[in-house]
Design a binder for this molecule. Structure first.
Ligand SMILES: Cc1ncc(COP(=O)(O)O)c(C=O)c1O
Length: 394
């Protein structure tokens, strides 16, 4: 299987982890030798309820028995998509009431950028250094990491970059700006949380100049920061909210949400301003609906903050210089990329899944399912501390 994987399936790096998956359940993934791996990554924050959650599986199976794809997005009334968008609206401020469902995070970002251009008649987009919003052309254009995009130029024109949390950069947001797009918590950059009411100040500046304020919640969204959406922690409300990953409960999804007034612009002038075949897919929407119901009706959000405290209490070691992030979106910062690499690979060997962050080589990702138990957290942290001891002695 390994040689076929490398031969036939296109790869993203020359050295994929190449673990062969047999099945997954709860907080564990099992390889083809039936070895159990405790999952501290949740498919990069994409499985908030862990693996094969019974309520998600049951919703998917029920929908499979009724119908799968029947028509392109938006023409027919398909209950799972309607109920999902309605439940999102119920859990959002009233200005965020209409949701467009798409197939991935990057596609939702593309939709949000198009909506901002269409609504303002302006073309300038402001993003942040070290931002990551996806890998299609528009999303890559607003990625704040030149090294990874140089080979794909030319990209979108009129994109400017500011530094996250730097208030003096806000003067670059002007009446030429269509939108400012930020991650609520910068992920790839190293789980940088907004400080000093930064996001509120960005929103204020956007309002002053008539630019739209877009927040990318593809990672922090769906309960990970102790609130359903990260922005609820930071005294601000975006004009366009972009979600994905965890919303699908393990299925591929993306979504962007705005006021009806804004969103209705995509219907007209030009008509069909944004279209997709599979967006709002009934099986995926059923999975997302079951996930959203469980996250909003259980104590998982409150528990995310308690579990954060447990991680912070247990992860104390000379090779951990800092723990960044909020709730169950945490990153261990180590003294060097060698330490981070070594820890991730040794943990994998020991049956604990950790992962890298895109643009911060000294960081190690800890984004477990929200359903992880305290005992599982204790077990995983013991493995981390023991292996850091080993690395320190080398
Ligand atoms: C903050 C953020 N935005 C956008 C994306 C892109 O989402 P997708 O990979 O579903 O296209 C990601 C994926 O890692 C992300 O973390």
């Amino acid at each position: 299987m390994n040689s076929d994987f490398l031969k036939y399936q296109a790869q993203t790096t020359p050295h994929p982890l190449a673990m062969e998956i047999s099945y997954a359940n709860g907080s564990y993934i099992y390889d083809s030798n039936n070895k159990a791996y405790l999952d501290f990554v949740a498919g990069i924050s994409a499985t908030p309820l862990g693996h094969n959650h019974p309520k998600v599986i049951s919703a998917i199976k029920k929908q499979l028995d009724k119908y799968m794809h029947v028509m392109v997005y938006g023409e027919y009334i398909q209950k799972p998509a309607v109920e999902l968008t309605k439940l999102l609206a119920k859990n959002l401020p009233s200005s965020l009431e209409k949701t467009y469902l798409v197939n991935s995070g990057t596609e939702a970002i593309e939709g949000a950028l198009k909506l901002a251009k269409r609504a303002t008649g302006r073309s300038e987009v402001i993003s942040a250094n070290k931002a990551y919003h996806g890998n299609t052309m528009g999303s890559m254009s607003i990625m704040g990491f030149e090294e990874r995009k140089q080979a794909f130029r030319p990209l979108l024109p009129n994109v400017k970059f500011i530094s996250f949390n730097n208030e003096s950069d806000l003067k670059h947001i002007t009446k030429k700006t269509a939108c400012v797009i930020l991650e609520t918590i910068q992920g790839g950059a190293g789980f940088i949380v907004p400080s000093n009411n930064y996001l509120q100040k960005v929103q204020k500046r956007c309002n002053e100049v008539g630019a739209l304020f877009i927040l990318d919640e593809i990672q922090p969204g769906i309960g990970r920061t102790g609130k359903l959406f990260g922005f609820e922690n930071y005294n601000c409300i975006p004009d366009i909210l972009v979600t994905g990953k965890g919303l699908g409960g393990g299925m591929p999804i993306g979504a962007f949400t705005a006021s009806s007034k804004l969103m209705d612009l995509l219907q007209d002038n030009p008509k069909l301003g944004h279209i997709t075949t599979f967006g709002g897919h009934p099986v995926i929407a059923a999975s997302a609906l079951a996930t959203l119901k469980e996250v909003t009706e259980s104590n998982l959000m409150q528990e995310a903050l308690e579990k954060e405290q447990l991680f912070r209490k247990l992860l104390v070691h000379p090779l951990i210089t800092e723990i960044r992030g909020k709730g169950l979106m945490l990153a261990i910062i180590t003294p060097s990329s060698d330490t981070a690499n070594s820890l991730i690979l040794k943990c994998q060997e020991a049956g604990l899944i950790l992962f890298w962050l895109l643009f911060e080589p000294k960081a190690v990702r800890i984004t477990p399912p929200l359903t992880i138990s305290n005992d599982e957290i204790i077990k995983g942290c013991e493995i981390i501390i023991d292996l850091l001891d080993e690395i320190q002695q080398q």
